[in-house]
Write a protein that binds this ligand. Sequence first.
Ligand code: ADP
Length: 649
Amino acid sequence: MSGVDWEEDDPFEEQRDKIENPMKRLFVEYGRDYAPQVTVGVLASVFARLLDLLPPLMLGIALDAIFRSDGEAQFSEQIPLVVLPDAWLPTAQVDQFWFTIAVLAGAFLFGAGFHWVRNWGFNAFAQNIQHDVRTDTYDQMQRLNMDFFSDKQTGEMMSILSNDVNRLERFLNDGMNSVFRLSVMVVGISVLLFWINWQLALVALLPVPVIAGFTYLFIKIIQPKYAEVRSTVGKMNSRLENNLGGIQVIKAANTESYESERVDDVSFDYFDANWDAIETRIKFFPALRVLAGIGFVLTFIVGGLWVFQGPPGPFTGELSEGMFVVFILYTQRFIWPMAQFGQIINMYQRARASSARIFGLMDEPSKLAEDRDAEELAVDEGEVVYDDVSFGYDDETIVEDVDFEVEGGETLALVGPTGAGKSTVLKLLLRMYDVDDGEIRIDGQNVSDVTLRSLRRSIGYVGQSSYLFYGTVRENITYGTFDATDEEVREAAEAAEAHDFIENLPDGYDTMVGERGVKLSGGQRQRITIARAVLTDPDILILDEATSDVDTETEMLIQRSLDRLTTDRTTFAIAHRLSTIKDADTILVLEGGKIAERGTHDELLDNDGLYAHLWGVQAGEIDELPQEFIDRAQERTARIVEDAESDDD
Ligand code: ADP
């Protein structure tokens, strides 16, 4: 996913910093439901590992009992290790041999069963939590304010939903599995070794503290290197994503070699960081091998001498050949788990960071919280009143003292230069954002006091870029009105002048469209969106430059369908092409977030202000705007550029 540096510009940082123990929270909030699965997994894991430890021990016992001449006494002396009463144990050598085989076969068979159950338990635990966390995070994400959906943050949210959630799953499955495996191995083997011969056990375990210290040091050194790798891979992905998205510009501007160089640079940074980490890692494992080897050789020397000559040096007691073999086999198995603890700690820390990110998003309060006693919006006439409304996305005021009234069923048009705040004014009606000052009322009800569901159900929106979901044409038309019949869909499509072209698509209403589907033209997509709005039959309609980006012929078709749609419905229309809104009941001219002029088309022409001049230019009556308007436009553009630059800092 897109390379995201969490340290920079992180939208959820504030919430994340408040989370004290994300892993505990994960287990309490999400793990609890799957406690049976994980308990089964843990128990099976412990049994499976204990059975894994049995074969070397049995081998040692068998060596002593069966292959030594004084075997009989040995077997029953040592078998209590495996907690069977003496009376059950065979005494004849041949029987002992078969008994050993039976125990080994049983250990393998039951071991396999336990491994199966263990895998089932841990996987069920991890997959279920992964699913729950992902769906909860997504639900929460949908509730967030629109502020969060600017480009960069969409990348971050995608990253949380995929990378972080996956990383949790990896820890909950592989990581936890390893924790139990390694714990049982380390504890189990230590106990057995000490029990068989505590003196030799001390020798065998001598390298353990050294290995532990060495591993700790390795983690300390490697972690910042891994962080660097992640950061460089993030930057590289961002660059690649960016370039793929902008490939058309790159080709048109002939900047292929320039871009190749930039990709080369970021790729080399990644290579460099990776190589640095690899160099450390490839030194660690051979060094560990040497340490483990020293321990092994030491055990071999002391144990070997012990078997030959009796206890060497300060040691006392007896060591049989069989038990010597057990020591050798166990010491071998013991060292590697120690080295793997490093990896598990690493996995844990990553999972911890990921859950902090996930909970950071989940804890982000939705600023548009509904009152508990919010009522359903009941639209009767459809009268809309803006009462001295002011609003800014950040500190800067974008919309200032906007004040107007639209009678039910009338059409209000918003015109004005780009950036004047036209879309913003209407986003406030949809309550994508809350007003800073003033009030917006629909039939006397403040939009902040009603439920978001009822508000948005009453308002239809047809925007300039009509987004189609991947699915059939029918699904796209019925989106939001899922229970519509085929007949209703068809009528809506006819009203939107879309039926004819839909019939001509390869599969008619069942043609797949949207991303990965059949590519439709802007005008066709637009008409499908209009059909959707017709079907929803909203009380209030917003047309946000609904006829930009289409040719004149299509515009006429769309205009016809829109006229049908807007009759008797309170309608807000934003348009650059003034011809499309000249019949509106009221036209508001916005400039710099304020209402500069208002009236009907004829009144505004008489007024001889910005509207009259824009009309003149568009109708071909005058060649260009008077200098005064051009100066103002230039000033505005300069301000927008300045803002953009200061945003980049
Ligand atoms: P119009 O529809 O008239 O072109 P907009 O309402 O889209 O104008 O934008 C008005 C101003 O608000 C512009 O300066 C724009 O940069 C700014 N703006 C729009 N959306 C956002 C946003 N999500 N966050 C911050 N500023 C925004």
